[in-house]
Ligand binder design. Structure first.
Ligand code: CO
Length: 168
């Protein structure tokens, strides 16, 4: 089982690199990410959150797990919607985030086959959140500066925890 990296771990701020080998090992990693996500009661988990700077994530909004490799968002609606988000790397923090209502995406599945989809609502929101992780962006980067100031004490205590847990 993977250990989830917490806010403060520098790996969460790195830009992840493209996956180019689709083998059994990749699928095993994705399966283990799914287990880790379920165990943490999450709806999405990106590879950098488990210490892997690879462009892939898993998600499950209630209709079974989805494995997303090398994603791109090719179109996003101008219409936005605000809803509360959380993140396994930022436990106990929930904030309103504005996201596009629908997106059109392309990615590869665990076998490297291309997938094209139009996602809406909650599924589109989770995809955008996980996609951000691959570029080192966290949902708290998308909240108002005033809200971020209020979060500061919580964030500082997470930074301390992240330093205790990961010893290099
Ligand atoms: Co997250």
């Amino acid at each position: 089982m993977y250990k989830i990296r917490l806010y403060g771990d520098p790996i969460l701020r790195k830009k992840a690199r493209k996956v180019d080998v689709f083998d059994d090992n990749l699928n095993e990693i994705l399966e283990e990410m799914i287990e880790t996500m379920y165990l943490g009661d999450g709806v999405g988990l990106a590879a950098p959150q488990v210490g892997l700077t690879l462009r892939m994530f898993v998600m499950d909004v209630g209709d079974g797990p989805k494995k997303v490799v090398n994603p791109s968002i090719i179109e996003m609606s101008e219409e936005k919607e605000t809803a509360e988000e959380g993140c396994l790397s930022l436990p106990d923090i929930f904030e309103d985030v504005e996201r596009s209502v629908w997106i059109e995406v392309e990615y590869q599945n665990e076998r490297g086959e291309p997938v094209k989809e139009r996602l809406e609502g909650y599924e589109a929101r989770v995809f955008q959140h996980e996609y951000d992780h691959l570029n080192g962006i966290l949902f708290i980067d998308r909240i108002s500066p005033a809200r971020r100031v209020l979060l500061k004490p919580k964030l500082l205590s997470l930074v301390r925890r992240s330093k205790q847990k990961v010893k290099r």
